[in-house]
Design a protein around this ligand. Structure first.
Ligand code: FAD
Ligand code: NDP
Ligand code: LAN
Length: 526
């Protein structure tokens, strides 16, 4: 492939090497005694606060006040001549990505970050209305005890509704229900003029207003907050059961993984509600098929509460199981299942607390885990950021399932990071940035690589460009929380900007918000 030339990284001096090594190996000395208790305290206090707010049902009234305040901020910005760009006030260290946004520095910050409450649960219409700052941890804690869940509930506790809609979200329920945007029914938004609107899909829209609402609804997902501010979202819910009956199936070759995953990702299958796979090396992998369940039918079947503090990290448990047996079945409490990758932050915690999966540590300190990603991010020293820049890979590539084998082979050649996260998802044709080319619907798969690579020849920019070019060539998409090096023209090849640009032009966004590319490209993130 013809790949642009990038300057080689200046190799670290010997002294820098030593400091990096110490910081990397001994980061736990700060994380364990300070960040773990702080994270635990924060989570406990926030949980108590949420329960109280729910008890006194003050969120709906407070919502009106908070939205009014946003409208006032925008009114003032308009009166001052719309001189600066608008962004969300959420500080960079809180966001679920490695980078800090530079584009926020001289921008006007709109207070969507004060919106973090659940507003309404309507079990007749089977919807939940939430503010954009509500996290996945908050939602699963609230919905599951009431017998409901989101059809797609991304696993990291701190992912927010606003981020998953204006960015994107995918999870093991996605093979049936699509991405996070596909389970949304309505958005309440504030435009740059300060106008408050509620928009939803309306295929038979007749009036001008209804047509505009319809197209705005499709333009918002993936737009990174560059069209309007989301102040609430109405999302579909489904009934759930107490457990997930999880079947672990070992695959011994990459070809077997691809074939089986294709067969297993049948969105009409009666007894499968979740599909996810982990690839442990070029050959060995495991497909996990989950089904909502009331619990074991016989005494021989095991319940495994994998979320408890003393349990092994989930991905290591999976690898142990497939090393022992070709196939196994376990019953996992539903909330433990959803947040199965939270305790080990996928497999990132092994670098930060190397003994975190040790049995003694788990029994003694496991209940304080995991450290809050935001606290880790806020306290990552610059020396470590440089090391991560050089050798740490964080990429999620969304490609058609039929291309999985060549994609994993390419990842193996370029980065060789395992486990690889494989999550199939159903993509149906809809207008918007993630518009399908040449198909009305297709099964896609998220290939996620997270971790430090030791691959010879790896270069963060050059290698990412190889992956990006491949993804474009198969009509795939790259998740925008990751480092993106493709130029603007290539971004427009990967994502369909027609509706986005039209909406930005007609809704007065051009002078109000940054262009989406300027928010996601590597140069505007630190
Ligand atoms: C210069 C310009 C002018 C435009 N003018 C208009 C306009 O006047 N009205 C307008 O609506 N759009 C307009 N658009 C936006 C355009 O509709 C989108 O870019 C759309 O994605 C174009 O794709 P398409 O023509 O292939 O139709 P489609 O992508 O199929 O969409 C056509 C219409 O049907 C709706 N639609 C498509 N699929 C679904 C679905 N599954 N469920 C519900 N609704 C669906 C879309 O929201 C859209 O309004 C304009 C775009 C440009 C660049
Ligand atoms: N399983 C999964 O699918 C996972 C997904 N992720 C990724 O993490 C990101 C979510 O992280 P999170 O920290 O929650 O979100 P972020 O704060 O990172 O927000 C992501 C984008 O959405 C915009 N945004 C957020 N809230 C609003 C709002 N109320 N109105 C308008 N725009 C808004 C932000 O705009 P601004 O720049 O102005 O702040 C930003 O561009 C997603 O992009 C997702 O793809 C990460 C891990 C797992
Ligand atoms: C689609 C899916 C499942 C994506 C999962 C993405 C996660 C693995 C990402 C999101 C945020 C993320 C980039 C992060 C990190 C690891 C990988 C994360 C958790 C860490 C914790 C790595 C260590 C770093 O020092 C630092 C603390 C800055 C980051 C923070 C964000």
């Amino acid at each position: 492939m013809d790949i642009e030339k990038y300057e080689e990284d200046v190799p670290p001096t010997r002294w820098e090497n030593i400091v990096e090594f110490i910081m990397f190996r001994f980061r736990w000395l700060f994380v364990v005694p300070f960040l773990l208790p702080l994270s635990f305290l924060f989570n406990t206090v926030f949980d108590i606060r949420n329960r109280l707010i729910h008890l006194v049902n003050s969120a709906p009234n407070a919502h009106v006040r908070k939205v009014n305040y946003i409208q006032e901020q925008l009114k003032e910005w308009n009166e001052n001549g719309r001189k600066t760009k608008l962004v969300n006030a959420r500080p960079g260290w809180l966001t679920m990505s490695f980078r800090f946004p530079l584009y926020k520095e001289n921008a006007t910050k709109i207070a969507t970050d004060k919106l973090f409450d659940i507003l309404e649960l309507d079990v007749e219409r089977m919807i939940i209305k939430v503010e954009p700052g509500v996290t996945m941890g908050q939602i699963s804690r609230y919905l599951i005890p009431r017998g409901y869940t989101l059809p797609v509930l991304p696993e990291l506790d701190d992912l927010t509704i606003g981020g998953l809609i204006n960015g994107c979200g995918v999870e093991s329920g996605s093979f049936r229900h699509g991405m996070f945007q596909h389970i949304c029914e309505q958005f309440e938004v504030v435009m740059s003029s300060g106008e408050l609107r509620t928009v939803g899909p309306d295929p038979g829209a007749k009036t001008k207003e209804a047509k505009e609402g319809n197209s705005l609804f499709y333009a918002i997902p993936w737009s990174q907050g560059t069209i309007c501010f989301l102040t609430a979202a109405t999302i579909k819910i489904i009934p759930c059961k107490k457990y997930v009956k999880l079947t672990y199936k070992k695959t011994s070759t990459l070809n077997e993984m691809c074939q089986s995953l294709t067969t297993d990702s049948d969105r009409f299958a009666d007894n499968v509600d979740f599909v996810e796979a982990l690839q442990f090396d070029k050959n060995k992998g495991c497909i996990m098929l989950g089904e909502f369940s009331d619990g074991p039918d016989t005494d021989d079947e095991v319940i495994n509460p994998i979320g408890r503090w003393y349990k092994k990290w989930f991905y290591t448990h999976v690898e142990d199981l497939i090393n022992k047996r070709q196939q196994s079945v376990e019953y996992i409490p539903l909330r433990d299942y959803y947040h199965r990758h939270s305790r080990s932050i996928f497999w990132e915690l092994r670098d930060i607390v190397p003994f975190g999966n040790n049995i003694i540590f788990r029994y003694l300190m496991g209940w304080l885990c995991p450290p809050k990603i935001a606290f880790l991010k806020a306290t990552t020293p610059n020396v470590l950021r440089k090391l991560y820049d050089r050798s740490h890979v964080l990429q999620d590539m969304l490609i058609p399932l039929e291309n999985l084998e060549e994609c994993v082979t390419l990842f193996d050649e370029e980065v060789e990071i395992y486990p690889l996260w494989l999550c199939p998802f159903y993509l149906k044709y809809q207008p918007g940035l993630m518009r399908l080319k040449n198909a009305t619907s297709k099964m896609y798969v998220d290939v996620g690589a997270y971790g430090v690579t030791t691959k010879k020849g790896y270069h963060h920019a050059r290698t990412t460009r190889v992956l990006e070019k491949y993804v474009i060539s198969v009509n795939g998409f790259q998740m925008t929380y990751a480092d993106i090096y493709m130029p603007k023209a290539e971004y427009a090849e990967m994502f369909d900007r027609t509706l986005y640009d039209w909406k930005r032009t007609t809704e007065g966004c051009l002078d109000a918000f940054p262009d989406i590319y300027d928010k996601i490209c590597r140069n505007n993130r630190r």
